[in-house]
Design a protein around this ligand. Sequence first.
Ligand code: INI
Length: 157
Amino acid sequence: MGKKFEGALDGEGRKFALIIGRFNEFVTSRLRDGALDCLARHGVSPGDIDEVWVPGAYEIPLAAQVVAEGGQHDAVICLGAVIRGATPHFDFIAGECVRGIGRVVAKTGMPVVNGVLTTDTVEQAVERAGSKAGNRGWDAALSALEMASLLEALPEE
Ligand code: INI
């Protein structure tokens, strides 16, 4: 049997950056709280977490790219809320944001995780930001922890 590689969920000594959209801040601040809680529960010290606030989801990829290229963090966590009811540009903004995050991953080779909500309604967004459907910020932070550890474990060739 071949080797098995898996990331651990121990964040001690690791550094993370949150990129947070201010648009729909009543939702994104809850995603932020969820991400911070997850990181703290997995041993990340508060001083090892930087926050970068941007106007909205459309601006997230650029900030994520600059932070990732800075090389000061083990992973970048993108948090935003694009709500269809709030904009006729929903598909454009949501698509650009998610595609942009993917481009940053491809360009930098860093774990840049997607915690951007794309929902039809405000209610659905609130549900995924710390009420009955969990907290997408918490989930994104867990993925970031796992990927940061996995990249360290994978052999580079
Ligand atoms: N930004 C969001 O993060 N969520 C939205 O729902 C949203 N709506 O509804 O328009 C939104 N718009 C702002 C956009 O992300 C940019 O900040 C803006 O277009 C300036 O470039």
